[in-house]
Write a protein that binds this ligand. Structure first.
Ligand SMILES: [Zn+2]
Length: 473
C-alpha cells in the first residue's frame, strides 16, 4: 500500500470523530480566549484516544497541547476553535437566520480547522504506530486566533521550539497551498486624560481628551503618505468622551492596529504612531497612556516544506463533493453580492492562476491550484505567523464552502456545519497527515526546511508582545 493509501484509510477511520469535533465546536461557538467548553471537550477527546494532555499552556487557560509518542521527529498540527461575534446562523441554511440573535458563530470556520487538524493528528499517530516509526505527534489547541493572539503567547513560552515541522490549514472556498505571506500586526489602545469643564462657562479651564484623540487620528492620517503603501493603519474610538456637547470631556480612548509586511516594519511605524499620540497630548495639554494589547508576526513561508504539502495535496486531490453539496453551494452562491462574485476572479488572478483555469462560474472549487512560490503578502494577519518564526511551517486552504463565500460572514458559519465542510475537512486531514508522513521519511528535507527557517529568521524568535503584557482573557 502506498503512503497515500495508508493515510487515506487511517483518516477515513476517523471520519465520525472529525464530524463530532466539527459539529460540537460549531455548537459551542465561544469567543476567543474564553473557549472554556471547547477546550474541555478537546482535552477529554484526546485523553480518550490515548494522548497525554498539557492544559492551560502559554499563560492561557483554554490553550493545550495533546501529545502522543516519543522522541524525534516532532510533528505539530495546529488547531483553532474561536468564533466571531454576531455571526450566529443556522447550520447549512442558505437564508440569513441566526440561531440566537447577536450571538457568536463560526464565521471563520475554526470549528472545521480544529476538527481536521485533530483528525490528522490521530491518523498520523496510528500511521507511526502501525509502521513502527519513532516520533512525537502533537495537536496544539490554539485559542483566540481572531482575538487574543493565542499562538503568540504559546510561542513566547517556547511551545513550538522543538518542532521539526508545524502543519495547519484554513477552511475556505478554494484548494491551494499558502505560499504567500501575511501582515504582521500590532494592536494597542491610546488613552487620553484631560480636565473636564463647562464648555460655555469656563472652557479655558478645560483640557479636552477628545481633542487629543482627534488630533492623534488627524496626525496619523497625515503619516499615511510617509509609510510604505503595503502598511495598514486602522483605528476605532473605544470611548469618545461622552454624549454632551456642552461638556469638555476629560477622557477618550482609541484602539489602533498597525500592520506591515514584516514585524520589524510594523514596530517602526508603531513607534511613529506613538510619537503622534504624544504630540497630540502635548498640543492639548492632556496626558497620554499607551496600553499594549497584542501583536503578531508576518507569516514566514517555508518553501521546501510547502512543496511537500503541494505534492501531498495533488496526491490526495480536491474534496469529493456530491450532488447535494453542489445544490447547497448553488443556493449560497445566490445570496452573494455581485461584488463577492466579481472578487472570485480577482482572488485567483492575485494568486497568478492562468485565466483559463479560473473556475468563476462554478459553485465549488474542485481542483488544486498548481504550485507557485509567490513572494507576495496577502492583506490580513494570523498568529500562525509566530509559529512560522519558531518552526518550519506549511499551511493550505481546502474548500469547505461555496466559491466566493466572503470571510467572516453568516454564509461561512452556515456552511461550516454541512456536508460540504465534512468533505473538505476529511481532505484537509489527509493532506496534513500525508505531508507529515512524506516529510519525516526524508531527513534531507527536514534539514533543508530547518536551514530555510534559520536563514529567514536569523535563527531566533523575538516575541512582538512585550514580556510584561499578559494575555487578555
Ligand atoms: Zn480564521
Amino acid at each position: 500500500m502506498s503512503k497515500k493509501e495508508k493515510i487515506s484509510k487511517l483518516v477515513d477511520k476517523y471520519y465520525d470523530d472529525i464530524v463530532l469535533v466539527n459539529d460540537t465546536v460549531w455548537d459551542f461557538a465561544e469567543p476567543g480566549m474564553k473557549e472554556k467548553k471547547t477546550a474541555e471537550f478537546y482535552v477529554d477527546f484526546f485523553k480518550k484516544r490515548g494522548f497525554k494532555v498539557d492544559e492551560g499552556v502559554g499563560e492561557v487557560p483554554t490553550a493545550f497541547v495533546a501529545e502522543w509518542g516519543e522522541g524525534k521527529p516532532v510533528v505539530g498540527f495546529l488547531g483553532e476553535y474561536d468564533a466571531l461575534p454576531t455571526l450566529s446562523q443556522e447550520a447549512a441554511c442558505p437564508v440569513k437566520k441566526p440561531v440566537t440573535e447577536g450571538a457568536y458563530g463560526q464565521g471563520c470556520g475554526h470549528n472545521s480547522l480544529g476538527a481536521a487538524a485533530a483528525g490528522a493528528a490521530l491518523a498520523f499517530a496510528d500511521y507511526l504506530s502501525e509502521n513502527n516509526i519513532k516520533g512525537t505527534v502533537r495537536f496544539y489547541g490554539c485559542p483566540g486566533e481572531e482575538y487574543g493572539s493565542g499562538k503568540v503567547f504559546m510561542a513566547r513560552n517556547g511551545l513550538f521550539d522543538d518542532l521539526d515541522i508545524a502543519l495547519t490549514w484554513h477552511p475556505g472556498d478554494m484548494n491551494k497551498i499558502t505560499t504567500t505571506s501575511s501582515l504582521a500586526c500590532i494592536s494597542a489602545f491610546f488613552e487620553f486624560h484631560g480636565v473636564s469643564a463647562h464648555a460655555a462657562g469656563n472652557p479655558h479651564l478645560g483640557r479636552s481628551a477628545v481633542d487629543a484623540a482627534e488630533l492623534m487620528n488627524v496626525g496619523v492620517n497625515y503619516l499615511r503618505e510617509h509609510i510604505i503603501p503595503e502598511a495598514r493603519v486602522h483605528y476605532a474610538y473605544v470611548n469618545a468622551g461622552g454624549i454632551a456637547p456642552n461638556v469638555v470631556h476629560d477622557y477618550a480612548k482609541v484602539h489602533y492596529f498597525v500592520r506591515a509586511p514584516k514585524i520589524k516594519t510594523a514596530q517602526e511605524i508603531f513607534g511613529r504612531v506613538q510619537d503622534v499620540a504624544e504630540g497630540a497630548a502635548k498640543m492639548t495639554g492632556t496626558t497620554m497612556k499607551m496600553i499594549f494589547h497584542e501583536a503578531l508576526c508576518d507569516y514566514n513561508p517555508n518553501r521546501p516544506l510547502e512543496q511537500v504539502m503541494q505534492k501531498a495535496f495533488e496526491e490526495i486531490g480536491a474534496p469529493q463533493f456530491d450532488e447535494n453539496d453542489f445544490k447547497l453551494a448553488e443556493q449560497f452562491r445566490n445570496t452573494f453580492t455581485q461584488a463577492d462574485i466579481d472578487d472570485i476572479k480577482k482572488t485567483f488572478l492575485d494568486l497568478e492562476v492562468d485565466e483559463k483555469d479560473i473556475p468563476e462560474g462554478d459553485a465549488l472549487h474542485i481542483s488544486v491550484i498548481p504550485y507557485k512560490a509567490l513572494n507576495k503578502v496577502m492583506p490580513g494577519s494570523t498568529d500562525v505567523g509566530d509559529v512560522s518564526y519558531c518552526a518550519p511551517t506549511a499551511q493550505c486552504n481546502v474548500a469547505t464552502v461555496a466559491l466566493g463565500t466572503p470571510g467572516h460572514s453568516w454564509q461561512m458559519t452556515a456552511q461550516s456545519r454541512s456536508g460540504i465542510a465534512n468533505k473538505g475537512n476529511v481532505t484537509a486531514a489527509k493532506v496534513m497527515a500525508l505531508t507529515a508522513a512524506m516529510a519525516i521519511d526524508d531527513p534531507e528535507l527536514l534539514k533543508k526546511a530547518k536551514e530555510e527557517l534559520v536563514k529567514s529568521t536569523g535563527g531566533k524568535y523575538d516575541c512582538p508582545i512585550p514580556a510584561d503584557v499578559k494575555p487578555t482573557l
